[in-house]
Design a protein around this ligand. Structure first.
Ligand code: ZN
Ligand code: ZN
Length: 432
């Protein structure tokens, strides 16, 4: 179930094997800093030039994508090879100014999306030509380093790659302490790789001499926060709380004599919540599962059933016994319970959009936000499937922009190491 955060490494024609190996080492060392998320990360290598047979293979593998649109992603070269558009070598041509690469332009032409969906790959571009400005650059999701600018010094080069990855993963941002703004946000800890003068010889020597962690605690915390709450990476050993909304009469009863101690924590949440809102809490103590109802003053009854500590079923009926969406407070209760157990809320088995939307809002507005797995992407399509108009608008307002991207990549089954054809019409990258 783990979502992969992909690093796509690309090297232009002139980059030698040493720099390629050092790049791989640097990216791997960066990943190793986050062992709790290691299952989410994957490193692939991309390339720029393809043979005719390779393009044909891609076409054969992308069922449903017209072959014309695949050919259109390549530019035939005079030597008969095919240069993939938006590949590194192709992008360098667009960004070349007087023999130097304008790396800012390069990042723009490489990845033309106008927002940063969390499941987009990180493009790691290593160029052999000198850059217009400095050694490395990153925008909010990709990075580029000029090998020509850093000499053949392995540790120095790797530091630059990791510094840029630090930017990509939001190690420094203006809403945290100990940062200064100087060509982007940088860390004020002189021993941290995100320090603004980290590239000076003095800082380099001091850092390597001290053998301190590469990134300071503030930068590490910031990156973990980004991985957890924006990228929604799945932590190793992450426990899930499966939420369902089946009609309570249809629930299967457990056959074995299960341990009932799990009930206490669930009871604590729902009973307290019911008492606070002045509703009537009733629980079937005899049942092997946790089974309770909360009756509101207006007659609405929430039904809560839990077969164990990781499965909760929530449903509701009106005064007249008609099924309806449970009260908003019950969703908040579920979010609070999941948070107290350090669980992610799993949306996989929920049947209706309104239910999903309410639960999503509860998770997003809980302080701190509660992790979600298999939650729907907030697309226009999903929003339109929500029946409650007010709920639809609230969710739309609450959802960060990066979740409202469409992800209709035409070639979902693209084999690894092959280019993922991008949709042809895309907005310009206006973030930096
Ligand atoms: Zn920087
Ligand atoms: Zn730092």
């Amino acid at each position: 179930m783990a979502k992969k955060k992909l690093f796509v490494l690309e090297f232009d024609k002139g980059v030698d094997e040493d720099f390629k190996n050092w790049t791989k080492e640097a990216v791997q060392e960066f990943i190793d800093l986050f062992p709790e998320y290691k299952d989410n990360f994957q490193i692939n290598e991309g390339k720029s030039y393809y043979t005719k047979a390779e393009v044909e293979k891609i076409i054969a593998r992308s069922s449903g994508v017209p072959s014309d649109s695949v050919w259109a992603m390549f530019e035939q070269q005079s030597d008969g090879s095919y240069l993939r558009k938006e590949s590194l070598d192709w992008s360098i041509r667009q960004a070349l100014e007087n023999g130097r690469v304008n790396t800012s332009t390069l990042l723009d032409v490489r990845h033309k999306e106008n927002s940063f969906p969390p499941d987009e790959p990180v493009l790691v571009s290593i160029i052999s030509k000198p850059a217009h400005l400095g050694y490395g650059i990153s925008n909010q999701r990709d990075m580029c380093v000029s090998a020509a600018a850093c000499g053949k010094n392995k540790e120095y080069f790797k530091d630059i790659v990791m510094h840029e990855l630090g930017h990509v993963f939001r190690a420094t941002h203006k809403n945290r302490r100990n940062v200064v703004e100087n060509l982007g946000e940088h860390c004020t800890d002189a021993d941290c790789l995100m320090y603004e003068y980290a590239y000076t010889g003095e800082a380099f020597n001091r850092r390597h001499h001290k053998k301190k962690p590469i990134f300071c605690n503030d930068c590490m915390d910031s990156m973990r926060d980004y991985m957890e709450n924006t990228l929604h990476l799945v932590r190793q050993g992450q426990k899930n709380l499966s939420v369902t909304n089946d009609n309570s009469e249809n629930l299967p009863q457990p056959t074995s004599n299960i341990d009932r101690t799990f009930k206490a924590d669930i009871r604590a949440v729902f009973k307290t919540s019911a008492e606070k809102e002045g509703s009537v809490y009733k629980e079937n103590i005899q049942s092997p599962i946790y089974s309770a109802t909360i009756t509101h003053k207006d007659g609405l009854v929430d039904h809560i059933n839990a077969a164990n500590e990781q499965e909760i079923n929530l449903s509701a009926k009106t005064k007249d016994g008609k099924p309806t969406t449970p009260s908003t407070k019950r969703f908040a209760d579920i979010a609070a319970y999941a948070h107290s157990k350090d669980m992610a809320v799993n949306f996989g088995d929920i049947k209706t959009s309104d239910f999903k939307a309410k639960l999503m809002l509860a998770c997003l507005t809980h302080e701190p936000p509660v992790k979600m797995t298999n939650a729907p992407k907030v697309t226009e399509e999903f929003l339109n499937s929500i029946k409650d108009e007010k709920l639809r608008q609230t969710l739309k307002d609450k959802t960060p922009k990066l979740q409202t991207q469409n992800s209709d990549s035409p070639q979902k089954q693209a084999p690894e190491n092959q280019p993922q054809p991008q949709p042809q019409i895309q907005g310009r990258n206006n973030g930096r």
